[in-house]
Design a protein around this ligand. Sequence first.
Ligand code: NAI
Length: 249
Amino acid sequence: MAAFDGLTALVTGGASGIGLATARRLLAEGARVAVLDPQAPPVDGMVHVRGDVCDDASVTAATGSALKSLGGLDILVNNAGIGAQGRVDDNPDDEWHRVLDVNVVGLVRVTRAVLPQLRASRHAAVVNVASIAATAGLPGRALYSASKGAVLSLTLAMAADLVADGIRVNAVNPGTVDTPWVTRLLETADDPERERAALSARQPHGRLVTADEVADAICALASPGASSVTGTALAVDGGMAGLRLRVRG
Ligand code: NAI
């Protein structure tokens, strides 16, 4: 029997990168999967509901449609997110509002829309996609880090509030992951190859994390086998958050 046989899952931002890898993995492990994203996922067998996590009416319509197709919900993966570059004085107010709206309030909108169905599930699990930026100070990422720090704190608060309802809430903190997002970011660098090498060297295992590796961690936290795991954050970062290596030579 596969790990998610008979279960249903909703993945926000599931048309690309980490969300797509997670939706694929859940599908392969037996779940019925819906993807909430403005773009369609390039994979058959998933329900696609077009939606924008910044718009409450859109979230209500999209989650309503997903719940109808799936017939309930056991697993929610809050993955949709956008990036931002800059120090604390670099981003204008409207960009602060935009990024916090997608990365933090978007997660809230989707979660509250599906809470009744999660409460009704015997295997309810929420996994939020935070970031290494929530636990380590990264240069030039003030706004993005603030948004992911909020996701991490919100994960703990949600876990405390929902444990009595039988809903587990955990997070993953990926390092730099080789997704279309990072490809786009590298394209803006003066020397993309050098930038990629610098990002790889920053992670102790010497390379970028793959989207499949993050998907595996998300699925491990979401799986019924993790039924006593709640209020945790799993780093998927090649050791970046926790290790202090000696410089060789
Ligand atoms: P990606 O850009 O490849 O995919 C993001 C997906 O989210 C896209 O399909 C996009 O259409 C969707 N999306 C964006 N705004 C949306 C909205 N308002 N409503 C609904 N869907 C929306 O990005 P990637 O790299 O897969 O990132 C996914 C998550 O992982 C994000 O939350 C990001 O912050 C987080 N993350 C990514 C890391 C990386 O290095 N790629 C590292 C740590 C965390």
